[in-house]
Design a protein around this ligand. Structure first.
Ligand SMILES: [Fe+2]
Length: 295
């Protein structure tokens, strides 16, 4: 297995998404948390309360930046002003990497504010990888791309999502933020085996893992980030870290946000799996057994 360039960050442990309803609790109680993930777009401003809070957080915690508007799969050119603001924030937070989604969401200067799936074609591989390379060169920290949950597929696709991910990250020479909840949600919506996806990911490129809860409806699953993580997603998480090794892990909870303590408790369930993996030699092949889910 090739060396994982992000191994230096495995001691990042388990993080929590920094959310406004928790600001006061965190600043007053100073809970022990390995790191916070911040949404870059919330802090790409010249001043005001969000930046003041961020600076207080940075005094005590490590922070990793996560973006929601890069749209690597969109064909329109990157916005230079947006990139410059992003770079300024990268310097402020000293984020070890910069993540955003493998998706598109803008056309002709209009933004959907959605994370839309890309047609898995060779043309899209070229467009997406070139954009990621451009951003990586500009911001001067590793870029890490996240697989999105999806609810539609393109007839034009000529490869699977995981084949597309592999091709893009190789050409862009970037990292991966593996969202195992997104893999689960998409596998249910598009009827594929999520274990096959997890087993195909180039382990040496995975910098971070996302876990989250979702909502199940009659005919589809929606990635709502408003519930605890379900057991099948924990099982996928266990399978992923068994292959990849201990990996910086982040719980996303974005709607119906409960108390900080409850979010923290849910995130720390990942510790059980990380400890199990730390005692095991790394899996060399995809066929090796995965961890037992026992919490
Ligand atoms: Fe995610």
């Amino acid at each position: 297995m090739p060396a994982n360039r992000f191994n230096g960050f495995t001691e990042y442990g388990i993080g929590i998404g920094l959310r406004i309803p928790h600001y006061r609790h965190i600043l007053e109680k100073k809970p022990v948390v390995d790191w916070f993930e911040v949404i870059s777009e919330n802090y790409m401003v010249d001043g005001g309360n969000p930046l003041a809070v961020l600076d207080q957080i940075l005094e005590q915690y490590r922070v990793v930046q996560h973006g929601v508007s890069m749209y690597f799969g969109s064909v329109q050119p990157l916005n230079r002003e947006h990139l410059q603001r992003l770079k300024t924030l990268v310097r402020r937070t000293k984020t070890p990497w910069l993540s955003d989604h493998l998706c598109w969401g803008s056309v002709d200067g209009r933004y959907t504010h959605d994370l839309l799936p890309i047609p898995y074609t060779w043309e899209a591989v070229d467009v997406t990888a070139e954009k990621i390379r451009h951003v990586q060169d500009f911001v001067e920290v590793p870029v890490v791309v996240e697989n999105v949950s999806s609810y539609a597929e393109f007839h034009d696709s000529v490869m699977t999502e995981w084949e597309f991910l592999n091709e893009v990250v190789e050409r862009a020479d970037c990292g991966i933020l593996l969202d195992v909840n997104n893999i689960y949600v998409s596998s249910m919506n598009h009827d594929f085996d999520p274990a096959v996806y997890v087993n195909s990911v180039p382990t040496e490129r995975v910098a971070q893992i996302h876990i989250a809860g979702h909502s199940r409806y009659e005919k589809y699953i929606l990635d709502t980030h408003d519930h605890p993580v379900i057991d099948p997603v924990w099982e996928l998480y266990a399978q992923a870290i068994r292959r990849i090794g201990p990996t910086a892990t982040l719980l996303e909870w974005d709607d119906k946000i409960p108390s900080f303590e409850e979010v923290h408790r849910e995130a720390m369930k990942a510790e059980h799996f990380l400890q199990q993996v730390a005692k095991m030699p790394p899996a060399l092949t995809a066929e090796e057994p995965v961890l037992e889910v026992a919490r």
